[in-house]
Design a binder for this molecule. Structure first.
Ligand code: HXC
Length: 257
């Protein structure tokens, strides 16, 4: 690992971002958030981008929360600025035009859980631990947890987790729909490679349109959202991708996207 706070590497247009403050269990401070924002600003303009995978450095932690050392002496205005900075960066991550997957490799607490919630979906290693422990520190979640957690797992389960601050293991996170899959810790890397192959093998414009349809449609009533799907579906017939994909199927070969 280098001394950068965000390590980036990628193949086939799938970028891997590793949050790199392992001594502090990858806690999110202003420096790390600013670096993440800069990396995302660069990625959002890249036409060759197919997907983003995000994980934490080390064996123990995805992200153990916002940095408590940095937060302790903040005034209300400084706290507002800190939360706003993170919210803007998480929004940028969420609105990347490609799938964003959290590979949760350990502690996923507070702001870490909120970061995972800003991703499209999450795969957890079997040692992962999730929670929103903020009330135990005398505050509420401030990086989107009170809003994205109920949208992911329902308001009752979100309030259970947020008001008790209890921690849950990977299997409970799977059961409540906070993560999509749980894999043995040693297999997270091979799962990431398989995911890279899958995501890079599909029609890139179709994948982008699918994400747009789901995200934009969630904010609309059903009729408007279905009309959005029809528009994006039809748009898929305007480029080369659809004819290549369907021709490849009919010619019994792999598509070349
Ligand atoms: C700053 C942190 C940290 C954090 C861990 N560390 N979490 N530093 N902010 N959120 C540091 C520890 O101080 C310690 O530093 C080192 O990382 C290793 O942590 P340990 O506690 O020694 O490890 P362990 O005993 O294994 O316990 C792991 C842990 C515990 C259960 C994850 O570290 C923990 O409870 N951390 C805080 C979790 C939390 O409350 N997160 C929510 C934060 S509030 P040293 O220097 O002693 O080695 C939040 C709000 C978001 O996220 C919204 C804000 C607007």
């Amino acid at each position: 690992m280098s001394d950068k706070l965000i390590e980036t590497r990628g193949s086939a247009g799938v970028m891997r971002l590793t949050l790199n403050r392992p001594k502090a269990l990858n806690a999110l401070n202003s420096g790390l958030l600013a670096e993440l924002d800069a990396v995302l600003a660069e990625l959002e303009g890249r036409r060759d981008l197919r997907a983003v995978l995000i994980t934490g450095a080390g064996e123990k932690s995805f992200v153990a929360g916002a940095d408590i050392t940095e937060m302790r002496d903040k005034t209300p205005e400084q706290a507002r600025q800190f939360a706003s900075q993170a919210l803007a960066t998480f929004k940028r991550l969420e609105r990347l035009p490609v799938p964003v997957v959290a590979l949760v490799n350990g502690f996923c607490l507070g702001g870490g859980c909120e970061l995972a919630l800003a991703c499209d979906w999450a795969i957890a290693s079997d040692n992962a631990v999730f929670g929103q422990p903020e009330v135990g520190l005398g505050v509420i979640p401030g990086f989107g947890g009170t809003q994205r957690l109920p949208r992911r797992v329902g308001p009752a389960m979100a309030l259970d987790l947020i008001t008790t601050g209890r921690k849950i293991d990977a299997n409970e996170a799977l059961r409540i729909g906070l993560v999509n899959r749980v894999v043995p810790q040693g297999e997270l890397e091979s799962v990431a490679e398989e995911l890279t192959r899958q995501l890079a093998g599909n029609g890139p414009d179709a994948v982008r349109s699918a994400k747009q349809a789901v995200h934009d449609g969630m904010d609309q009533d059903l009729d408007s959202a279905l009309a959005l799907e029809t528009s994006l579906f039809a748009l898929g017939f305007a480029g080369d991708e659809q004819s290549e994909g369907m021709s490849a199927f009919l010619e019994k070969r792999k598509p070349n996207f």
